[in-house]
Design a protein around this ligand. Sequence first.
Ligand code: PEP
Ligand code: MG
Length: 539
Amino acid sequence: MKKGIAASKGYAIGKIFLKEHQEIVITDAKVADVSIEKEKLQSALEASKTQLQAIKVKAEKEMGAEKAAVFEAHITLLDDPEFTGAMINEIEGNSLNALKAVDNITNSFVAIFESMDNDYMKERAADIKDVSKRIVLNLTGNGGDAFAITENNTVIVAHDLTPSDTAQLDRSKVVGFITNIGGRTSHAAIMARTLEIPAVLGLGDITTSVKTGDTIIADGIEGDVIINPSEEVLAEYRAKQKKFQEEQEELKKLINVKTTTKSGRRLEVCGNIGKPEDVLGVLANGGDGVGLFRTEFLYMDRESAPTEDEQFESYKFVLEKMEDKQVVIRTLDIGGDKTLPYLPLPEEMNPFLGYRAIRLCLDRKEVFKVQLRALLRASIYGKLAVMFPMISGLEEFKQAREVVEECKIELKSEGKEYSENIQWGIMVEIPAAAVYADELAKHVDFFSIGTNDLIQYTLAADRMSEKVSYLYNPMHPAVLRLIKMTIDGAHKHGKWVGMCGEMAGDEVAIPTLVEYGLDEFSMSSTSILNAKKIMLEQE
Ligand code: PEP
Ligand code: MG
């Protein structure tokens, strides 16, 4: 048995199709006639474009327009003068052969993206490699369909799977993906989850230890891969697979079900989002609202902060999509492990205990006000709740509210509309706020418990450190006490309490949280239906 990263839930049992690694030899040989090389490149670019257009149409049908957009981006790359134009210049300027020119330009683009201090941008290097690989295959006469799969129940084993590989797969035949490289945020993982095909990624060297036709089991829940299993093991996994499929079908029935415990208590099950488009996933999984919009993602992957108008459009989009469902938007939580290139932060020994989140916003009011004005202006388009991150005491909340009032006065004088029905709350993620909850509750409209941070601060166990991860325990009695104190403190003053840390979707924790009286649970969209199921079984 081999262990990898469980990237898409489910069990795949089938025969392996090993996608061989094609060795293409690239030399830096100079050419006498650059016009021939330029023509070769031009026709490879055209062939790539035709193929990508066909893939895009197929992907739109099978995965929807949102996921197919990646191929539009690939097509755009083919026309980008900075990318393919630079390849032509490379041939002309240095008399290089077309393959070498493609290779040089690709390497310099990939190096730029991979050096960026951000996972999303790093993953974009994969798009560049994917497009480049297609150009190279067309240059060497190997373009066209990457897979000719004829067998049912095929499990693809590959070094890596690119989005275009993934989109070309025949879903009626492919039941699983296994790769040497990639993680949960890689494109192959995202696509696999969208297609609901089980996937185990990051196995290191799986391609060297299997061959086409071998039998394989891939467990996308545990991340286990078993090659040529015994009949007994096969039977065991067939039973697991059947059970899983039945459970998934069952869960879909809960999409439109309101979550009520056996004793009749109504619970809100919401989704966490990072990008405005993520609301579509919340709706597709039957979420009652958005319990956390991590707005710092709007500030990332760019060279300057988003303007008031840009932010306004993002918030309006989410509020309109959610219609009468509540949307909790958290103000900028930058600092700690989240940094911005255009907002330099001081070097600190303990950035998680330092200048971050509300501390930074209260210090840099000009940054804070842009966001607050955008939120206020968007508030007329739906049911908005705003919360401040990393609140340690009453004074910070009061100061933040004062800045809100300043923004309201400005907007009024400019004749711009906003709603008076916004709820104003705080994240309870610092133990001090939990201990002081019964007092804070007098002043806020709601609490949302941020357990990701609350656990690390309570147990003094860095959430980023593998070495101390054994201490990072959501069910530690001290953590549970703080959660209970927060809920009781809020309820004492008639306020509602949500939870938007990972613990809210944790199967083990949900029964205790329901028992404690938590009102709202917010989690990644794909966990919503399973969480609903567990809640419906509670008293
Ligand atoms: C949390 O701390 O629990 C939380 C939801 O915020 P983040 O994970 O963004 O710090
Ligand atoms: Mg937090």
